[in-house]
Each structure stands twice: as C-alpha cells, then as structure tokens.
Ligand binder design. Structure first.
Ligand code: SF4
Length: 69
C-alpha cells in the first residue's frame, strides 16, 4: 500500500503515525531490516513477508548447522 493512501499517514509531518517504514525498493527494505529490525517495516510493505520468510530460513539453517555432528 502506498502511504499516501493509508489512514495512518500524517499529511502534516509526511510520516507514518505508527513510526513504521514502507520502502519502495527491496534493497532499501533489506537495509531497513538490517539496521532497525523487521518490526520497523510496515505490515503493508510489499517485501515484508519475503523478508520474514528468508529470515526464518536463515535461522533454521543456523539451527541445523549447530546440531550437525
Ligand atoms: S508505513 Fe504503513 S501504516 Fe504507516 S502510513 Fe505507510 S502504509 Fe500506512
């Protein structure tokens, strides 16, 4: 969703009232997650689900590598 169409967008400040970020590019979304964490990404962001899924896969791979003999 475009922030300008969202009821949580504050037109006066030009920011999200919830303090969320909604990057338009995937590369930017990845950087936001690396710096601020996944909770900083808006639930309406187009890349959020993919980033969560990739992080779960990474966590699972780390777990499997830890239990390998
Ligand atoms: S970041 Fe999300 S919740 Fe906030 S204004 Fe944009 S679309 Fe709405």
């Amino acid at each position: 969703m475009d922030c300008k169409d969202c009821p949580r967008f504050d037109n006066d400040s030009g920011r999200c009232r919830d303090g969320k970020m909604n990057p338009l590019r995937k590369e930017t979304a990845i950087q936001v997650v690396q710096i601020h964490g996944i909770r900083a990404i808006c639930t309406f962001n187009a890349f959020r689900e993919e980033l969560i899924h990739n992080r779960l896969l990474t966590d699972e791979a780390k777990r499997i590598n830890r239990i390998k003999p």
